[in-house]
Ligand binder design. Structure first.
Ligand code: MRU
Length: 363
């Protein structure tokens, strides 16, 4: 997608042939900083500190991390250690494990002398596949948006939570891919962007992406969604997912569940957009079984922003003695989800719906 009119991906192999480059998402929206990752530890740090984030992107970053780790040594024990390190970086998004296991499976059939080249090729393949997958999600979601627009006959208001745009993937995004496709198809639309406390991915990333592409949007406080829905100002909620169970429960950024409840109460369609790699086919009950990442209290107790003199600063917003709790994701039960938009089409958020699109994974 575009940054200052120039096409970008969120991650790419560097020209030196020995490293990868990323857009450092902790610096947006105030600065566009490109950071070079040269080692396994650089990649692990980038994932943990959320310089790269979003389920599909951390999967691809981990695949490159595996390649960089193999540059140190290519043997079984080291490969196992690399995989363990990467998978442990963030516990909720299943794409991380999926991508690492996919590269490992590719290596297992080869002699270790060929691992380095094969890991790089597979990481690049994963990155390209992610772009194609998200473009397909965009096409399927476009059909849904076209339908809603035909029914309404007036500009559509779409509410999104967190950042499930191109920055959360290699390109296009998941929840934002249908929005970009609809915008390019000249369907009149406007996006409500939840700020998404505590890290404000909506304010700093989604708003930035939409502004770069020229998509009309307003930032709203996380608490505004229910009110907007009660007053007929939301035609569709569209979110991403970090892990979806085989029964269609959707785990996504903390606060998603509250939006789904409000959507249900106000008859607003609530869709999650996700690639097949986000489905955890082993899980049935998202609330009981999905590990929810607990992040540090600083993210809740402090807020980052730009001061009047241009400096980016973090300020404390609660009393010194107040501790904070910071669960990073929540689970929206399938019964609150109108449908899942995938690269293979749209299905019901249910075992039958997912089985129809992914028969090879059905148990
Ligand atoms: O903690 P983050 O910023 O990695 O969480 C990201 C999200 O919750 C996204 O909605 C999700 O990864 C969907 S991916 C396109």
């Amino acid at each position: 997608m575009l940054v200052a009119g120039r096409p970008f991906r969120s991650i790419w192999p560097a020209e030196d042939g020995r490293s990868v480059e990323i857009i450092d998402q902790t610096r947006l929206p105030f600065e566009l900083v490109i950071t070079r990752l040269q080692t396994l530890e650089d990649v692990a740090h980038a994932i943990r500190d959320m310089q790269v984030r979003g389920a599909p992107l951390i999967g691809v970053a981990a695949a490159y991390g595996l390649w960089l780790g193999l540059r140190e040594r290519a043997d079984e024990r080291h490969l196992a250690r690399i995989a363990e390190t990467l998978i442990a970086c963030r516990p909720t998004a299943v794409n991380l494990r999926w991508a690492v296991e996919r590269v490992r499976a590719r290596l297992e059939v080869l002699p270790s002398s060929e691992w380095l080249e094969a890991a790089f090729t597979e990481a690049c393949r994963l990155a390209d596949e992610d772009v194609a997958t998200n473009a397909a999600i965009g096409r399927h979601g476009l059909a849904l948006i076209e339908d809603l627009y035909r029914q309404k006959g007036a500009p559509l208001n779409i509410l999104t939570h967190c950042n499930a745009g191109w920055l959360a993937t290699v390109d296009w995004g998941t929840a934002l891919a249908p929005i970009y496709a609809a915008f390019r198809a000249a369907i009149p639309l406007h996006v409500w962007v939840d700020e998404t406390r505590p890290r404000n991915q909506g304010a700093s990333l989604t708003a930035w992406e939409l502004a770069q592409e020229g998509v009309p949007h307003h930032l709203v406080a996380d608490n505004a969604g229910g009110h907007l829905m009660q007053h007929g100002q939301v035609d569709l909620c569209l979110v991403g997912s970090d892990r979806t169970t085989a029964e269609g429960d959707v785990c996504n950024k903390i606060g998603t569940y509250l939006k789904a409840l409000a959507a249900k109460d106000n008859n607003v369609p609530f869709y999650a957009a996700l690639p097949g790699s986000t489905v955890d086919w082993n899980l049935r009950d998202g609330i009981a079984e999905i590990p929810i990442e607990e992040r540090g209290e600083r993210e809740v107790l402090r807020i980052r922003g730009q001061a009047g003199d241009g400096r980016v600063v973090a300020v404390r917003i609660a009393p010194e003695e107040t501790p904070a709790c910071n669960p990073a994701f929540d689970v929206t039960p399938a019964r609150l989800v109108s449908g899942l938009i995938t690269e293979r089409g749209i299905c019901a958020a249910s075992r039958e719906g997912l089985r129809g699109l992914y028969p090879e994974n059905a148990k």
